[in-house]
Design a protein. Structure first.
Lengths: 502, 325
């Protein structure tokens, strides 16, 4: 039974046609994935359904009747709730207050907390969760906060719950919990619209999948009748089986040696090395200590013990400036908050670390700055309107290239990359992979910390696996398989390929 | 964070200011035992009303994510209104008028913030100049003296009453108690209280949840305005005058009390009783240092150091939260 249908929806923003003549139907009780590259229009579609945007033309039908959705309260009344990636919670309020804030029980301006907490408890019990109505939201984990959003949707009796990249900030175990909840909601007859970049999740979870590309509707398929390659092809409009690009290459001298690195309560006895031309993965579950290892190498955290050597020379790294000076570059997983300077221009973002080199008498030379920008634009093919464009207005993929280029411009030959393709779309991912391959051929040594196993398996020469702060695997390309990596990552076994030193 | 650490911060947020108050008492009991006499303590308690009452309003303002820099100017204006209205209108209408004037200033603050979309810092800063300017122009810069013979009732707010053999300024004490009871009920049990915390916690969410954000903010600033006027009544009654120049810098003292009391500058979290305790503590420190013969400069120094210390301790909490990530 069709619960919601959009017909011929169009939406433009100044200069951009975000959606053109899009029609999709959603069935009652299905998990319906919506995929597409960044800018394909899926967020716009969701925001229209959720009432955050109004549509230019077209109709939305709920249960066959036309629904006028002009605002968020309209959408809630029609039974549509959206759970955005940036959760919309008031963190210093309790769970119960958050859920019922627009409909607090009580008389004469007073809140009846007994009724409020009781109602909330009923909702919590209906999903079998462990949170309490009186918990302050800021004390909950991200996944629990997400559950509060889901409860909020249930409190509005929403028939359709839209989730925008719900797993982006969750650990593997938390993703499982979320899956369980989604299946439960589905069994209760709720319709889930699931937006995700992680195609794996589409196949794990969804019944059907709709694809958008450049604001156009490409098609809806039963998940059972389609494979990942076909889906990607629908998303990017071309066959990109060539997307993953590891090719054998000559390895050079050892560039980075880490020995006995230790940080209390995070990791211990971490020893490994990187050679020129090598792309090495670092896999592990959330919280296993891989981010901390990466940050310690770059000086964002201070290790308690251990040595780091670059090009055979021991170096002391106490802060990021030391790392850069010694040729270690870093790309953070948190691009928005810790990677880019959102309000500054692309040029300034690029030259941030080399101002001394492009200055004369302590004054920054615009000409030299432009030269650097031109050089890296040539090498890495960033797309931007002008050198004075604010970096926040670029796509995630282009921002990431600038963050990477900043490290290259500072003459870093060892690159430590945390989740280098997080939040960027399939097409841009392929470009980043190609770029990494190019860099490794030019003799850079690259460490890729990634939660996406397919990514590690496709671009890395070998991978390290971290479990509970220890390295439990060092697996060569030929011996990499997902099961083996997962067994090492969960501590079920250790595996060290023969013939390669750590 | 370990369980013990969590518990510590849980209690620190709620009762930390009580601990500091106790510490202050201990220190004075050693260096200036006369501070601890019942008579002196009662006097300090009553006097603290002048800062405590507007600190209640300020608690809501800071909890809503802003703060009100116009409190001092509202005090100046209110003393003038009261002193001018008293001889002709009588004490009850004059008092109502004064409170209304304070609330009206708050309405203007609220409108500037919600309708003109000016940041609270700038909006209330501009308003503080405007309000004091209005008061100065209206009074021509001169003091409005209240005659002791013509209007003896003007002493109402600062009169001494004998209670259990002690002379205390009962009316302002009762005002303070009343204001804080109302404030606590508003904060803890009403829809308005939840809305204020919602707005301070994350305004966009409050808007998407369909809450009356603008109305809430306007009411918050009416509250700071009216409580500032209430404080002005006491001041004016003590000095038997109104002057546009009264209350310069007073807002900082009020904000200090509120922050010391545990209301988070980040918004969303208020501590009504904390503001009261902090205001009493500030009065106690001033009183104690006075008795030790240390002048106003030293009192300011001490208050600054205590504020810095209290915020540093909260800073440590933020750091441990970061580490947990």
């Amino acid at each position: 039974m069709t619960v919601c249908e959009v017909k011929n929806i169009c939406k433009s923003f100044p200069g951009v046609k975000a959606l053109t003549d899009v029609s999709v139907a959603f069935e009652k009780g299905e998990v319906h994935a919506v995929v597409g590259e960044n800018g394909a229009g899926k967020s716009t579609l969701m925001k229209i359904l959720g009432g955050a945007y109004s549509l230019d033309s077209g109709t939305i039908l709920m249960d066959g009747k036309e629904a006028a959705i002009r605002s968020i309260p309209d959408a809630l009344r029609c039974g549509i709730s959206v759970i955005y990636q940036e959760l919309n919670l008031m963190k210093s309020l309790t769970v119960a207050e958050n859920i019922f804030v627009s409909d607090l029980p009580g008389r004469a301006g007073c809140v009846n907390y007994r009724v409020l907490n009781q109602r909330t408890q009923e909702l919590i019990d209906s999903l079998g969760l462990k949170i309490k109505p009186s918990d302050t939201v800021s004390m909950l984990s991200v996944s629990e906060q997400q559950m509060v959003e889901i409860l909020k949707a249930l409190s509005h009796n929403s028939e359709i719950i839209i989730m925008d990249e719900p797993t982006a900030a969750l650990s593997t175990q938390e993703v499982e919990t979320l899956y369980g909840i989604i299946r439960k909601l589905k069994a209760d007859g709720k319709t889930i619209l699931y937006i995700s970049h992680r195609l794996r999740e589409v196949f794990d979870l969804a019944d059907r999948v709709s694809v958008l590309r450049d604001g156009l509707f490409v098609g809806t398929k039963n998940v059972a009748e389609i494979d990942e390659r076909k889906l990607v092809e629908m998303m990017v409009g071309r066959d990109i089986s060539q997307m993953y690009t590891y090719t054998a290459r000559q390895l050079g001298e050892t560039m980075l040696e880490v020995e006995g690195l230790e940080k209390k309560e995070a990791f211990t006895g971490v020893t490994f090395s990187l050679k020129a031309g090598e792309v090495v993965g670092m896999a592990g579950l959330m919280g296993c200590g891989r981010e901390e290892i990466a940050k310690s190498i770059y000086g964002l955290l201070r290790a308690d013990a251990g040595t780091i050597a670059v090009n055979g020379k021991a170096v002391s790294i106490r802060r990021p400036a030391d790392a850069i000076k010694n040729g270690i570059g870093f790309v953070t997983e948190d691009r928005k908050d810790a990677g880019i300077f959102a309000l500054m221009t692309v040029r300034e973002n690029l030259t941030m670390n080399i101002l001394r080199l492009i200055s004369k008498f302590r004054l920054i030379s615009g000409k030299k700055e432009q030269e650097v920008l031109d050089e890296y634009t040539g090498r890495m093919d960033m797309k931007y309107a002008s050198e004075n464009q604010r970096i926040m207005n670029l796509s995630g993929g282009n921002q990431q290239k600038f963050v990477l280029a900043r490290a290259l411009a500072a003459n870093c030959k060892v690159l430590v990359l945390c989740e280098p393709t997080r939040g960027i779309d399939v097409g841009a991912k392929a470009e980043v992979y190609r770029l990494l391959a190019d860099l490794s051929r030019q003799g850079y040594a690259i460490l890729v910390i990634s939660s996406e196993l397919p990514e590690i398996m496709s671009i890395c020469f070998r991978t390290l696996v971290v479990y509970h702060g220890r390295i439990t695997g060092n697996i060569l390309r030929g011996e990499m398989d997902e099961n083996r990596i997962m067994r090492c990552a969960t501590g079920a076994e250790t595996y060290f390929s023969e013939g390669v030193g750590l | 964070m370990s369980r013990q650490a969590k518990l510590f911060w849980f209690y620190w947020e709620r009762f930390g200011i009580l601990a500091i108050l106790a510490l202050t008492l201990v220190v004075f009991s050693i260096f200036a035992p006369s501070v601890l006499s019942i008579g002196n303590l009662l006097t300090v308690l009553c006097r603290s009303a002048i800062v405590a009452i507007p600190a209640m309003g300020m608690t809501f303002a800071i909890c809503s994510g802003g703060f009100d820099l116009s409190v001092g100017s509202v005090v100046g204006l209110s003393t003038c209104v009261w002193a001018a209205a008293l001889p002709t209108l009588g004490i009850v209408p004059a008092t109502v008028l004064t409170l209304a004037a304070g609330a009206l200033c708050g309405v203007f603050n609220g409108l500037a913030i919600t309708k003109l979309k000016i940041a609270t810092f700038v909006a209330t800063l501009s308003m503080s100049f405007i309000i004091r300017g209005v008061a100065l122009v209206a009074t021509d810069g001169s003091k409005q003296m209240i005659s002791r013979t013509a209007n003896p009732e003007a002493k109402f707010f600062s009169q001494n009453y004998a209670v259990f053999g002690q002379q205390i300024q009962l009316v302002q004490l009762l005002m303070m108690v009343l204001v804080f009871l109302v404030g606590y009920l508003l904060y803890r049990y009403t829809r308005f209280g939840v809305y204020v915390r919602s707005v301070g916690s994350h305004e966009p969410s409050a808007r998407t949840s369909g809450l009356p954000v603008d109305r809430t903010l306007i009411f918050v600033f009416m509250l700071t305005g009216a409580t500032a006027s209430a404080s002005a009544l006491i001041t004016s009654s003590q000095l038997m005058q109104g002057a546009a120049t009264l209350g310069v810098g007073f807002e900082l003292e009020v904000i200090t009390a509120t922050i010391l009391g545990g209301t988070s500058l980040a918004g969303g979290k208020g501590n009504v009783w904390g503001s009261l305790v902090a205001a009493v503590m500030l009065a106690l420190i001033r009183n104690g240092l006075n008795l030790l013969g240390l002048s106003d400069e030293y009192q300011r120094l001490a208050i600054g150091l205590i504020l810095l210390l209290a915020l540093a301790i909260s800073g440590i909490q933020e750091l441990t939260k970061e580490a947990r990530k």
